[in-house]
Design a protein around this ligand. Structure first.
Ligand SMILES: [Zn+2]
Length: 87
């Protein structure tokens, strides 16, 4: 049975959160891990990829501005800021 829509899922190996198209049975994470969409927990489901992406960003958004969290490891480079060390 094919479901429609997009889900926010988390990779069980590298913990990255990402948007998966539910029309597919699996989603391959950028770490190479194949995620079975029938078995993984869907953190959120949306009709549109854009909306799912917005939900994903709300999940991965840093709690405090200026603080770089692990979420910044995500490859989507909206903010391409490289923190520099103080002298
Ligand atoms: Zn992964």
């Amino acid at each position: 049975m094919i479901r429609e829509g997009f889900a926010v899922i988390g990779c069980t190996r590298c913990r990255r959160m990402q948007v998966a198209d539910l029309a597919h049975a699996t989603k391959t994470c950028i770490c190479g891990h194949k995620i079975d969409l029938a078995k993984t927990k869907l953190l959120a489901v949306s009709d549109s990829a854009d909306e799912a992406g917005a939900i994903l960003r709300s999940f991965t958004a840093p709690k405090n501005s200026g603080f770089v969290s692990a979420a910044s490891m995500h490859s989507s480079s909206l903010a391409d800021k490289t923190p520099k060390k103080d002298k």
